[in-house]
Design a protein around this ligand. Structure first.
Ligand code: NAD
Length: 313
């Protein structure tokens, strides 16, 4: 029996979460006409939302997330609505503080966060990024109490991750990637993992998590020379460049596992990622779809982090 509770999952595991076993469940789910496995983040996220609902019945505290939504960025409004929906489905509560651009100042945001820090019934605080121009997101984020930083963006939580400790909240997107891999029985230990992107919210923490789990990790970024020669060494390729169609067959070793974190809206309103999926189907051994891959896992891990903040107290 495989160990489905790796170290990075120890905090959620202590309060009763389990990494779902999608290896057996999804054995025959392939991209049509190919032998490439579809890593179905949406179904896995639903499974974790169900676990939240079940565990809620055993815990007296209802996990509560405060969301700060500043400005009118339409994508941010959609992301927050999706988060609110998932929290409601799990039986968790949210309260969103909407502040129009005309009324946003750094001091007002910090004051709101300080009020939320002091409220014992608020277990997590999420500041939806990006903030309106002229506001320093690092100044605003650093006002959040580390124990309520359910995005895992603060120095205290990122620092713990850099030290190979899993005591704080892990950043939701890379955390979701690791849970996705573990659910499908894809071990990273001893594998060559390449991460494309070095942002503080995706690329860097993804590289740290993969490293902590025993992968040999290479991080590529916009200054990397000859990207395909590096990405082709990957057994596991995590792509978070934010460049539509960047990664094609010439970047990927046959049989590699490819995790596409990128999200882009097409002119016809459909979504796509950073990978040229049609080239990778039949070439990669497993691939995340966009939509329905990493995105829903990010939200599921926000729920898990909020539950951990509420129930680990
Ligand atoms: P970012 O812009 O902060 O970082 C992008 C990184 O990619 C940078 O480090 C940059 O150096 C690198 N990069 C850019 N062009 C490159 C190239 N041609 N070759 C190699 N590296 C290159 O973006 P981010 O916040 O990390 O997000 C990345 C993507 O992931 C975006 O599409 C974003 O929308 C998406 N995203 C998705 C989720 C989700 O839940 N699915 C969550 C966060 C971000």
């Amino acid at each position: 029996m495989k160990n489905r509770s790796p170290d990075f999952f120890s905090k959620p595991a202590r309060i009763g979460f389990q990494i779902p076993d999608f290896e057996k469940l999804d054995k025959d789910i392939l991209f049509p006409g190919s032998s490439t496995r579809k890593l179905r983040g949406k179904e896995l996220a639903n499974e974790l939302i169900l676990q939240c609902a079940t565990l809620s019945k055993k815990h007296p505290l209802r996990p509560h997330l405060a969301v700060v939504l500043a400005g009118e960025d339409p994508a941010s409004h959609v992301y927050v609505a999706n988060k609110e929906k998932a929290f409601a489905k799990a039986g968790f509560s949210t309260e969103t503080f909407r502040i129009p651009s005309a009324e946003v100042t750094q001091s007002r945001l910090i004051q709101l966060i300080e009020t939320l820090n002091a409220k014992p019934d608020v277990h997590g605080i999420l500041v939806q990024l990006p903030l309106p121009s002229g506001i320093s997101s690092s100044n605003v984020l650093s006002a959040i109490s580390p124990s309520k930083d359910v995005d895992g963006f603060l120095k205290e939580n990122m620092g713990a991750l850099a030290l190979g400790e899993f005591s704080g909240a892990l950043p939701c997107t890379p955390f979701g990637v690791m849970v996705l891999l573990a659910s499908y029985g894809i071990s990273v230990e001893g594998k060559n993992a390449v991460v494309v992107g070095r942002s503080n919210i995706v690329g860097k923490p993804a590289a740290l998590l993969l490293l902590s789990c025993g992968a040999t990790v290479t991080v590529c970024h916009s200054r990397t020379v000859d990207l395909p020669s590096v990405t082709k060494t990957a057994d596991i390729l995590v792509v978070a460049a934010g460049k539509k169609g960047l990664i094609g067959k010439e970047h990927v070793k046959a049989g590699a596992v490819v995790i596409d974190v990128g999200v882009h809206r097409n002119p016809d309103n459909t979504l796509c990622g950073d990978c040229r999926v049609e080239e990778l189907i039949g070439h990669a051994s497993a691939l995340t779809p966009v939509p329905g891959g990493v995105g829903p896992m990010t939200i599921a891990m926000l729920l898990v982090n909020t539950a951990s903040a509420a129930w680990s107290e």
